[in-house]
Design a protein around this ligand. Structure first.
Ligand SMILES: Cc1cc2nc3c(=O)[nH]c(=O)nc-3n(C[C@H](O)[C@H](O)[C@H](O)COP(=O)(O)O)c2cc1C
Length: 351
């Protein structure tokens, strides 16, 4: 039923469809029965110790204002990342700014961090029962900010007590100059200042894993610079690889392929997995890696695990496959483990 409803809303313009789904979820119109996961799906991330009932997360951008994380956990996600949230509310870019590329099973967005601001976000998160599940808070900088690093520090401090982990998003292509924070010098300054805040916060509330979310549009030098700077920060738990791409593969066939913004979904799978593997080659097991980009099936999840991810996230495939996708992928992973006599998910990594 949920999947039929999801298909029906695809006749709406993409952003109206998204708003409709969030409102329907908020009103309780779609209430799945939460199910316990097969214990073999549970993972504990090595560095951060973050415990997930299953490794399939909802990527940032779906629940920007922390409105429907409980419902999305009930749809079977092992963790839900809310945001990106900025200190002050902002409208984002003019519409249209979200496009479905049906023939490519892809999405292009140039939303530009539209969100209601950190105050609203924290109120919603703090009202959630503690035991609800793993909720991540993805923080960013306001477009017109004079001190972007200060925005990240403010975001980290504000969400720290109320979430399961924090993501520092420096990889959106839709805020001009933001990706420049991935450059070695800028990244050192950013992580240096967040590190000071993290140590202060840790004195009051312990063990809040922090992740850095990176772009897939990085050459080998940039990957090795980011890996070096990240490894030098003992408080940093790991990397989320990756955000959307500004590249446009030749294979794209949809009429919206020329729209500006970040491309996600199936055409991002290969590239983001290659960048994930390159980061894994640099950092080994010294940082937790979460793989995102183009995941639409259990095979895609296994490809990310093989490339070095300990957990994964998806978003765009939900647009095409509906909200039961996490349940389906988990069922397929369990069936694979059964047929191979595997005792845990990592046993599927071996070819
Ligand atoms: C409409 C849309 C909005 C997004 N907004 C954000 C965001 O606010 N912050 C962020 O870190 N990533 C955002 N992303 C990127 C996703 O979290 C994810 O990294 C990317 O889409 C790749 O995964 P996918 O191919 O499964 O969609 C957004 C993606 C889409 C499609």
């Amino acid at each position: 039923m949920f999947d039929i409803a999801a298909r029906a809303v695809r006749i709406l313009p993409a952003e109206s469809a998204h708003r409709f789904i969030i409102d329907a979820l908020k009103m309780g119109l779609a209430k799945p029965q939460p199910q316990l996961d097969d214990p073999r799906l549970a993972v504990t991330l090595r560095k951060s110790g973050l415990k997930l009932p299953n490794p399939i997360g909802l990527a940032a951008g779906f629940d920007k204002n922390a409105e429907v994380f409980a419902q999305m956990l009930a749809f079977g996600f092992g963790f839900v990342e809310c945001g990106t949230v900025t200190p002050r509310a902002q409208a984002g870019n003019p519409r249209p700014r979200l496009f479905r590329l049906d023939a490519d099973r892809a999405v292009i967005n140039r939303m530009g961090f539209n969100n209601d601001g950190i105050g609203y976000f924290v109120r919603r998160l703090s009202a959630a029962p503690r035991a609800i599940g793993v909720i991540g808070a993805n923080v960013g900088a306001n477009k017109d900010s004079e001190d972007r690093v200060a925005d990240y520090v403010a975001g980290v401090k504000a969400v720290w007590p109320y979430c399961g982990y924090i993501t520092i998003n420096i990889s959106s292509p839709n805020t001009p100059g933001l990706r420049g924070l991935q450059d070695r010098g800028a990244l050192e300054e950013l992580l240096g200042r967040i590190g000071i805040a993290a140590r202060d916060m840790d004195a009051a509330v312990k063990n809040r894993p922090l992740f850095l979310k990176v772009a897939p549009d990085l050459d080998d030098k940039a990957i090795s610079d980011i890996a070096d700077v990240a490894k030098a920060q003992d408080w940093l738990s790991g990397l989320i690889v990756s955000n959307t791409t500004i590249a446009r593969p030749d294979t794209l066939a949809s009429k919206h392929k020329g729209e500006a913004g970040g491309l996600s979904g199936a055409p991002l799978m290969k590239k983001s997995t290659a960048v994930l593997a390159a980061f894994h080659a640099e950092v080994g097991d010294s940082l937790d890696l979460i793989g995102a980009g183009g995941i639409a099936s259990a095979d895609d999840v296994i490809a990310k695990l093989r490339a070095g991810a300990q957990a994964v996230q998806l978003y765009s495939a939900l647009v095409y496959q509906g909200p039961m996708l996490a349940q389906r992928i988990k069922a397929d992973l369990v069936a694979m483990m059964d047929s191979r006599g595997a005792e845990r998910l990592s046993d599927l990594n071996a070819a």
